[in-house]
Every structure is written in structure tokens, then in C-alpha cells.
Design a protein around this ligand. Structure first.
Ligand code: T4K
Length: 371
């Protein structure tokens, strides 16, 4: 049986079908319907934030935030992130200024941010990679000192915390992804989250073409709305989320225990004193000690029907259009991670520890053949 990194968590099918039926019978399919309203209310409570504005996906949500914050010129972001973080800026006519990351946390290295600030810089986009928090205090201090807007791509950070604060409530505004491959999913979807009443009001407007009332358009807007069927999936996923968290943690812990017996491969840590979704099972392979490269492991797993992912190879700065637009960039920590990291099937992709044993025995086997 094939195993995939990123296989979705499926909530109770009967509940979802009942909600789908209700949507069809009431003929309310979109435009801030009752299921979207209910989901936004329940998510605000669950995530510990004042306002949740659901969107059709996090990429569009981030584009809306870039507009809301009035960003122009240049925005600093990590080079080690999913390409959407950079595309959002470039798409909006803003130069993404890549910054190297901390090799331990995989997050943007705050010490390297200040040197990238120019007269054109208007903002910093932090990305909570794997749901582990960015160095928030340092980034907030820099933003304050240089009068920049700080916002977060929290695509991975559903339900996680930083110093016991919900990660989604750090700084003025943040965007979560509810893509099928995330721990909480609405098929496709996401949310803009904020504690600021005015930003929330403007976010809601801008995501609906900036309509205020029936025919009064108040400015530039976009269609970023979530539909009722996506919200229905969200409501069912929320009912199921505690089970997902427990399952994810068990899967992660089992991997951790078993991989600790093999030299040269380690899993990233999720500190016990914070809330995590344990969604990403991220291994780092040290070729010298392990005995073969990450790419050899990746191919061997694939040959055995196991699709692990080389997130975020080769790094934004080495992907087009960025490598052509901004040639010659080099970020040693990002590049090293791009060569070492392997996202293993976790969460919804795993039904039992036997599957993890199989993955580990393939990993171990390939190493033994090579050494
Ligand atoms: N910022 C960051 C830091 C992000 O990571 C992302 C998205 C964003 C922003 C933007 O968020 P969205 O606009 O997407 O809301 C996935 C997702 O498409 C993407 O949402 C995610 N990050 C990124 C890290 O990964 P892939 O390339 O891994 O998906 P794919 O199609 O290869 O699927 C993985 C495996 O899961 C497949 O082998 C099969 C299985 N699968 C997948 C889907 C979608 C299923 O079994 N069922 C499914 O429905 O991109």
C-alpha cells in the first residue's frame, strides 16, 4: 500500500454529508453564508483570537493582507519556505528580499534581517515553518525600530502556541492555510486572523471586492471568499481536530523513538511546554553519519511506494522566477536544509505503527546497503 506525506485527515463522513445536504436544500452556497459565519466564530474561540476571516486559500489571504497593510517596495522573508510565500509578494509587485534561516529552528534568522533593510523596505513576513514559532520578539523589535509592518505566514501553525500565547494571535495579522494537506483542512481554504477590530473589518471587506452593502464599492477588493461547502468541511474537521492532534502526536513520538536508534537521522523537536499540531514529521539526514544522501533515501522510499517530500527544495532563491530575477543569491543554512530535510508521511497518511516500521526498515536498509 502506498503512503504519502500530506494525505488529508478526513472527518466524520456522515456529518459532512448531512451538512452538504443542508447546503443544497437551502440553496445557500456562498457569500458569507451561515456555515462560514459559524466556522469563523468557532475558529476564533478555538484559536484564541478575536477575529477570523475565512478565505479560499492562504495564498490569496496573504495577498489580501499585503494590500491591507499597504506594503510596497521590498519585503523581507525567509528563503526556506514554500514558494507561495514569495509568489504572494512578487505577484503584488513587491520585491521579495530573502533572508537565511537558523539551522536549528528552520525559521528566519532575526540577526540577519537588519542588514537587509533598505529605504524601500516596508515589511517583514515571518513564516512559522512546521508550525514552530518565528523569533517573534526580535522581529517585532526590528519592525518597531525601522517602522515596518510585521505579519505572519502561519500556514503551518494551526492550533500551535508561543510562550503559551496562541501563535495565530502574534503581531497584528496572520494567515493560516486549511489546504487538504494541512492538519486542519477545508479541502482548500485558509483564514486571516487578527485581534485588531479595524483590520478585521477591512479584511472582510477586501475579501469581498470591497463591497459595503448592496452596491457601494469602497475601494480595491478581490474575491477571496470561502464557500459553504468548504466551511462545512471545516466544521466537521474542527469536531474531529482533537483526535487528529492525538493521532499526530502518537505518530510523531513513535517515529522519534524508533529513529533515535539510527545514527545520522534525527527528527525536529516540538518543545513539550508549547501546543503543537505535530503535523509535520521532519527528518534531517546527515549524509556523512547516516551513510547515504537524503536524495538516495527519498528515491528508495519512492521506489517502495512511499512518497516522502523534499520540502522546500531547492529553496525560493534557487527557483524561478527568483533565480532569474535576482541571480547570485546564496544562503548556506537554507541550502544545507534543502539538502538534508525529508518530510515523512505523518498524520492522515499513517493508520498504524506498522506502517512507520515499514518506512524505517526501508530507511535503515538503504543505509546498510551503502555502508
Ligand atoms: N505558506 C506556506 C509556508 C505554505 O506551506 C503554504 C502551502 C502556503 C503558504 C499557501 O497555502 P495555500 O494557498 O495552499 O492554502 C502542498 C500544498 O498544496 C500547500 O498548501 C502546502 N503549503 C505545501 C507545503 O504543500 P504538495 O505539493 O505537497 O501537495 P501534493 O499534491 O504533492 O500532495 C501531497 C500528497 O498528499 C500527494 O502525494 C497525494 C496526497 N494527497 C494530496 C491531496 C491534495 C491526497 O491524498 N489527497 C489530496 O487531496 O503541496
Amino acid at each position: 500500500m502506498n503512503l504519502y506525506t500530506g494525505q488529508p485527515n478526513i472527518p466524520d463522513i456522515e456529518s459532512f454529508l448531512a451538512k452538504s445536504r443542508e447546503i443544497l436544500e437551502t440553496k445557500r452556497l456562498s457569500n458569507n453564508g451561515p456555515m462560514v459565519k459559524e466556522l469563523e466564530c468557532r475558529l476564533a474561540e478555538y484559536l484564541g483570537v478575536k477575529h477570523v476571516v475565512t478565505v479560499c486559500n492562504a495564498t490569496i489571504g496573504l495577498m489580501a493582507v499585503v494590500k491591507l497593510l499597504g506594503l510596497t517596495g521590498e519585503v523581507i522573508l525567509p528563503a526556506f519556505t514554500f514558494i507561495a510565500s514569495a509568489h504572494v509578494l512578487q505577484w503584488e509587485g513587491i520585491k521579495p528580499v530573502f533572508c537565511d534561516v537558523d539551522p536549528l529552528t528552520h525559521n528566519i534568522d532575526a540577526c540577519k534581517v537588519e542588514g537587509l533593510i533598505t529605504g524601500k523596505t516596508t515589511g517583514i513576513m515571518g513564516v512559522h515553518i512546521w508550525g514552530r514559532p518565528c523569533p517573534h520578539e526580535e522581529l517585532a523589535a526590528l519592525a518597531h525600530k525601522h517602522d515596518l509592518r510585521l505579519f505572519y505566514d502561519s500556514a503551518h501553525a494551526f492550533g500551535t502556541s508561543y510562550k503559551s500565547r496562541p501563535i495565530a494571535s502574534l503581531e497584528e495579522i496572520s494567515v493560516l492555510s486549511f489546504h487538504a494537506t494541512k492538519s486542519f483542512n477545508t479541502f482548500e481554504g485558509g483564514a486571516i486572523v487578527t485581534n485588531d477590530d479595524e483590520l478585521a473589518r477591512r479584511a472582510k471587506l477586501i475579501c469581498n471586492y470591497s463591497f459595503e452593502g448592496e452596491d457601494n464599492v469602497t475601494g480595491l477588493g478581490i474575491n477571496a471568499k470561502m464557500t459553504e461547502i468548504h466551511a462545512a468541511m471545516g466544521l466537521c474537521s474542527l469536531d474531529n481536530h482533537q483526535q487528529v492532534l492525538e493521532h499526530n502526536k502518537n505518530v510523531y513520538m513513535y517515529y522519534k523513538q524508533e529513529l533515535s536508534k539510527i545514527e545520522g537521522i534525527s527528527l525536529i523537536d516540538y518543545p513539550e511546554n508549547e501546543k503543537h499540531n505535530y503535523h509535520y514529521v521532519i527528518a534531517e539526514i546527515d549524509e556523512g553519519t547516516f551513510g547515504c544522501s537524503r536524495d538516495t533515501v527519498h528515491s528508495s522510499l519512492k521506489a517502495n511506494g512511499i512518497l516522502a517530500r523534499r520540502y522546500f527544495y531547492p529553496g525560493c532563491h534557487r527557483s524561478d522566477p527568483y533565480k532569474s530575477l535576482y541571480p547570485g543569491l546564496s544562503f548556506p543554512n537554507t541550502e544545507s536544509l534543502c539538502d538534508r530535510v525529508l518530510a515523512l508521511p505523518g498524520g492522515g497518511g499513517i493508520d498504524g505503527f506498522g506502517q512507520i516500521d515499514r518506512i524505517i526498515s526501508i530507511l535503515d536498509g538503504v543505509r546498510r546497503i551503502r555502508t
